[in-house]
Design a protein around this ligand. Structure first.
Ligand code: PLP
Length: 423
C-alpha cells in the first residue's frame, strides 16, 4: 500500500490547488488544541485556525461529547415540515447574541450558501414588495465565497476570470481604508440610488482579499447613506463572527445594524459545515403572504443538520465562557505587543489588527499578487518550522484558535522574526 499522500494524489482534486505543481499534501492524523499532528510524527501549530474555522482548536472534548450524544439520538431529519431541538435552541441562542434587530434564522450549509441566501432574500424582498431593485453594491476586492452569486458580489480577480461572463453585474466601491475614507463616502453618495437592492460588506476586515482593515465609523456612515435610499445592508460575518475581531460580531462595533447577516466558519467551532443567514423582521415579513409565489424557494438537503447545530451549540457554550473571552483579550494584547516588534523590521509594512487577527505586508518589490514567490517562500519557511500560516500573496496574518497559549504564540512570533531576517 502506498502512503496516504500518494493514494490521495491518485484520486483527489484539492481546493485552490494547481494539481500539477503542488507538492504532496501533508497527512494529518490527529488534532489537539492548536496543534495538528502529522502522520510522520511532526507537529504543526495551526495559527490560522484551519481556514479560519477552528476557534476553539481541534478535537475539543466538549464539542466532541455533545456531537456524539446527538449522533446517537438524531443524526438528521428533513427540515421542511419538521423541526428539532438543536435547530430551535441554536436559533434562540444566536438571536440572543446577534444585534437586537435580527429576528429570524435561515440555515444552509456553508459561508457561500449563507451569502447566496442573503442575496436571494434581498432580491426577492424587493420583488415581493412589487418594487423590484436589480443592483448590488459591494466593495472592490471583496470575497464572499465561490458559488456563482457569491462570486458575482466578490471582487473580480484571477480567481473569477473564467466565470466573468456568467456573473451578474455589481457596482463596486473602493474599501474605505484610512486614507480613502472621504473619497469612498463621496463615491457612495453617487452609487447608492433607489435602484440598489442591497449593499454587501465584510465588516471591518476583508478576509481573503488580503486582510484589508477599515474603521467601524466609516462603515457606519456608508450604512447610513445606503439606509437613506432604502438599500438593504448585508454584513458578511462569515470570517469576522464569533469573537474574531474582539467583540462577538464585527457588527457590534456599528451603530447602524445590518438587515441581513451571514455566518459560518467559526459557527460550529470548525467541527462541521453549517451556514446561517439571519435577517431583520421587515425582510421576513415581506415573504409572508397567502400568495405562494412570495415564498422563499430555497433549501438544501442538509438544512439545519442536527449534528452541525449541536456542534454550534457546544461551540457557543465555549465561546461565552469568561475564560474564552479572557483568552480573546489576551491574544489581542499579545498581537498588539508583537506589532511593536514587527514595526522595527524594514521588510514589514502596513501592520494592522482587529482583535485576535493580526496582519502585515512583506515588502515584496514589484510583484505583490497571490501568485508571487514570496508567498511560497514564507509558507514553506514557516511550515518547515512547524507553524501553519497561509500567506495571501505578500500578506502574512495570524488568526489563531482562542485556546492558543502564550508560549505557542511566542513560538509563532519567533519563527516569523526568523523569516523576516531571512528574506
Ligand atoms: C470563507 C468566506 C466565505 C465563504 O465561506 P465558505 O464556507 O468557504 O463557502 C464567505 N464570506 C467570507 C467573508 C469568507 O471569509
Amino acid at each position: 500500500m502506498n502512503n496516504l499522500a500518494e493514494r490521495d494524489q491518485a484520486v483527489i482534486w484539492h481546493p485552490f490547488t494547481q494539481m500539477q505543481t503542488a507538492p504532496l499534501p501533508i497527512p494529518i492524523v490527529r488534532g489537539n488544541g492548536s496543534i495538528l499532528y502529522g502522520a510522520d510524527g511532526r507537529e504543526y501549530l495551526d495559527v490560522i485556525s484551519s481556514w479560519w474555522v477552528n476557534i476553539h482548536g481541534h478535537a475539543h472534548p466538549h464539542i466532541a461529547k455533545r456531537v456524539s450524544e446527538q449522533l446517537q439520538t438524531l443524526e438528521h431529519v428533513i427540515f421542511a415540515g419538521f423541526t428539532h431541538e438543536p435547530a430551535v435552541e441554536l436559533a434562540e441562542r444566536l438571536l440572543a447574541i446577534l444585534p437586537s434587530n435580527q429576528s429570524k434564522i435561515f440555515y444552509s450549509d456553508n459561508g457561500s450558501t449563507a451569502v447566496e441566501v442573503a442575496l436571494k432574500m434581498a432580491f426577492q424582498y424587493w420583488h415581493n414588495l412589487g418594487r423590484p431593485r436589480k443592483k448590488i453594491v459591494a466593495f472592490e476586492n471583496a470575497y464572499h465565497g465561490d458559488t456563482f452569486g457569491a462570486m458575482a458580489v466578490s471582487g473580480r480577480s484571477a480567481f473569477t476570470a473564467p466565470f466573468v461572463p456568467f456573473l451578474f453585474d455589481v457596482e463596486y466601491l473602493p474599501v474605505p481604508t484610512p486614507s480613502q475614507e472621504e473619497a469612498v463616502l463621496q463615491q457612495a453618495e453617487a452609487l447608492f440610488t433607489e435602484e440598489v437592492a442591497a449593499f454587501i460588506a465584510e465588516p471591518l476586515v476583508q478576509g481573503a482579499g488580503g486582510m484589508t482593515m477599515y474603521a467601524p465609523e466609516v462603515l457606519d456612515k456608508l450604512f447610513q447613506l445606503a439606509r437613506n435610499k432604502g438599500i438593504l445592508l448585508i454584513a458578511d460575518e462569515v470570517m469576522t463572527g464569533f469573537g474574531r475581531t474582539g467583540k462577538l460580531f464585527a457588527s457590534d462595533y456599528l451603530t447602524e445594524k445590518p438587515d441581513l447577516m451571514c455566518l459560518s466558519k467559526g459557527l460550529t467551532g470548525g467541527t462541521m459545515a453549517l451556514g446561517v443567514t439571519a435577517c431583520a423582521e421587515p425582510i421576513y415579513k415581506a415573504f409572508l403572504s397567502s400568495d405562494k409565489h412570495k415564498t422563499l424557494f430555497h433549501g438544501h438537503s442538509f438544512t439545519a443538520n442536527p449534528l452541525a447545530c449541536t456542534a454550534s451549540l457546544a461551540s457557543m457554550d465555549l465561546l461565552l465562557l469568561p475564560e474564552t473571552q479572557a483568552n480573546i483579550r489576551r491574544i489581542a494584547a499579545s498581537h498588539t505587543a508583537f506589532s511593536i516588534t514587527l514595526a522595527t523590521y524594514q521588510t514589514v509594512e502596513n501592520i494592522r489588527q482587529h482583535g485576535t487577527l493580526l496582519a502585515f505586508d512583506l515588502k515584496a518589490g514589484e510583484q505583490t499578487s497571490y501568485f508571487n514567490n514570496i508567498r511560497d517562500t514564507a509558507y514553506n519557511f514557516l511550515l518547515d518550522r512547524g507553524v501553519l500560516m497561509r500567506p495571501l500573496g505578500n500578506v502574512l496574518y495570524l488568526m489563531p484558535p482562542y485556546c492558543t497559549t502564550d508560549e505557542q504564540l511566542r513560538y509563532a512570533y519567533t519563527q516569523i522574526e526568523k523569516l523576516l531576517t531571512t528574506i
